[in-house]
Structures are given as C-alpha cells and as structure tokens.
Ligand binder design. Structure first.
Ligand SMILES: NC(=O)c1ccc[n+]([C@@H]2O[C@H](COP(=O)([O-])OP(=O)(O)OC[C@H]3O[C@@H](n4cnc5c(N)ncnc54)[C@H](OP(=O)(O)O)[C@@H]3O)[C@@H](O)[C@H]2O)c1
Length: 293
C-alpha cells in the first residue's frame, strides 16, 4: 500500500482512491491560543500552509471546530484553487462553546450543518475525507455510533463526502463503523508514550485502513522521556525528529499530521522524520511505551 512516489519520508498511502503522502500536516495549531480565534500572525499562518504544499505534503488535517472556522478559512485563503494532489481531511462531531470547550454535536442535523459549513469554508463541492469525532474532550466514550455514522453515510450518498473515518474512537466503535460501511482512516491519540492503540493499529494495517495519530509530538505537552532524549542525543537529532521517525517505522498504515505554526519547525519535522533508526534505537524507544502502557 505504501510507495516511494514522493521524496517525503514514508512515501504515500491510499485513503480509498485518494493517494496522500504519509507525511501530512495538522492545521490545528494555526488558530489562536486554545485553538480559539484567529492566529496572531495571519500571514505567518498562510505561509506555513503554502510551505507544506511546496514541500510536497498532500494531506492536510483540519476541522470546523478549530477557531472555530478559522483554520478552514486559512486553508482556503492560502491554497485555493487546490493543487490536484492535495487532500483535505476534516472532522465533524464537536463544536466550541464561548469558553473554548469542546462540545459533542453529533445529532444528524448538527452533522449536516457541520458538513455544509466545512464545504463553504474550504470552498469545496465535496469533502475528501470526513472523520466522525466521537467521545468528548476527556477521550473516547463507549457508546454506539450508529445514528451519527448513518447521518454521514447519507451525506456520502448525496455526494458531499468521498470517504469516511472515525476519530477519538474505541476499538469497538471502529468495528461498529466498519460493519456499517468502509472507512479509510482512524484518527486517535497515539505517540511514543501513549500506546493504547497498538493492537488496533496492527488490525487496521491488515485491513488497509490508515491510522492517523493525533498529538504525535505530545500535543500541548511536548513528549519527554529519558529514552527519547538519549536516542535523540546519540543521533544528534531533535526529540521531535525521533518521535516522528519512530511513528513512520511503527507501521506502514500510520500517517503523520504533526502540527506547527512555524515554517522552520515544519521544515525541521519533514527532514527529521526521515531519520534512520537502528534496531537498538527502536528497542530503547519501545521501552517508553511499555513502561506507560
Ligand atoms: N481528532 C482529534 O480529536 C484531534 C485532537 C487534537 C489534534 N488533532 C489533529 O492532530 C494534529 C496534530 O496535533 P497537535 O498539533 O495538537 O499536536 P502535535 O503535533 O503533537 O504537537 C504540536 C506542538 O508541537 C510543537 N512543535 C511542532 N514541531 C516542533 C519542532 N520542530 N520543534 C519544537 N516544537 C515543535 C508545536 O509548536 P509550534 O507551533 O511552535 O511549532 C505545537 O505546540 C492537529 O494539528 C490536528 O489536526 C486531532
């Protein structure tokens, strides 16, 4: 499923009939503090998006809830008309309250509104991939996704969505979605220190479904571990580079969407993800997740 048809580390992956680079970009960090409001540096945010595409990245992750409606509009302003290989993956299922809280919004009418809003803000006739975001701000919750997922399937039948995925999902919810219709990706929290989805990742790899870890660098709390620093020091690399290179090695179905509001960090991450890790490095890094699992 992966091919080296890009100079970016990791090659490419097929989300259904859509080919994307395994090295993608997560746009959440482009909104203001707390993922609310506009960025402090509007031109700087546009520059990050344009640099991502210039580097060959063809997978951008976003959501109407970022800002809200801020990152989608930045993407439209920076990149439309969209270059042919670019695929934009968005999420529905949560809205923001006035204090920045993330409120579940998964009733069929709310999902229909969210899809329409994403289409308007991104300036598209159809969305490439829509993830149904489940659970809440504390994490996944065990509950049926049948009703909201069926609402998205109806929008897919209407031609407004090409492919579906789920996010913040339990393994049971992934199975429930797959029993209803094909999905192309699962986007959950996962990184060197949070390995709760190890079994799910392997199962999805076997089924040709992408696993897209959010918070690949630790999110709002940068990844820190003695073993990570030791490997980074030994390779004269940054901890971010090691964390990203490890994810690419972890499984061929893992797609990266590290977030940054900095062109310099974006370049650094692209270069760093190509870092070669030895078996000794991998064993040492694996010990981080084992200790915390
Ligand atoms: N499905 C969901 O529920 C969900 C939840 C959260 C996020 N997401 C998605 O996942 C994407 C990634 O998550 P994330 O952005 O929250 O977390 P992340 O990628 O783990 O980390 C981003 C943080 O790392 C910093 N950073 C990035 N590269 C760096 C570098 N080379 N050196 C130093 N610092 C660096 C960024 O700061 P700078 O801006 O200063 O570089 C930012 O604070 C998001 O953009 C979003 O699209 C999805």
């Amino acid at each position: 499923m992966t091919t080296p048809s890009t100079s970016l580390p990791g090659g490419t992956w097929a989300l259904g009939d859509l080919t994307v680079t395994r090295f993608g970009y997560g746009a959440m960090q482009l909104a203001g503090p707390g993922v609310m409001g506009p960025p402090a540096d509007h031109e700087g945010a546009l520059a990050v998006l344009r640099e991502a595409v210039a580097l060959g990245i063809s997978h951008i992750d976003t959501a109407g809830a970022y800002g809200p409606r801020v990152t989608n509009r930045l993407i439209r302003e920076a990149l439309r008309p969209y270059a042919a290989p670019l695929r934009i993956v968005t999420k529905v299922g949560a809205v923001r309250d006035e204090r920045g809280g993330w409120i579940p919004a998964r009733r069929p009418g709310e999902l229909r509104d969210a899809v329409r809003e994403n289409l308007d803000d991104l300036g598209l006739d159809a969305l490439d991939v829509v993830n149904l975001r489940l659970g809440d701000a504390r994490g996944p919750r065990q509950e049926s996704l049948a009703e909201p997922f069926e609402a998205l399937l109806e929008l897919q039948r209407q031609g407004l969505i090409r492919h579906l995925g789920v996010s913040n999902a339990t393994a049971e919810q992934v199975a429930e979605a797959r029993a209803m219709a094909p999905i192309v990706c699962v986007q959950n929290m996962y990184n060197l220190a949070h390995r709760q989805d190890d079994t799910l990742i392997d199962e999805l790899a076997g089924a040709g479904i992408a696993y897209v870890p959010f918070f690949p660098l630790g999110g709002f709390t940068p990844l820190q571990a003695t073993a990570l620093s030791a490997v980074a020091d030994r390779l004269a690399a940054t901890r971010m580079s090691v964390a990203l290179a490890w994810l690419l090695r972890r499984s061929p179905n893992i797609l990266l969407i590290p977030g940054t509001s900095s062109v310099a960090h974006l370049r650094e991450n692209v270069a760093g993800a190509g870092l070669a890790l030895s078996e000794e490095d991998l064993a040492e890094l694996d010990s981080i997740g084992r200790r915390r699992r």
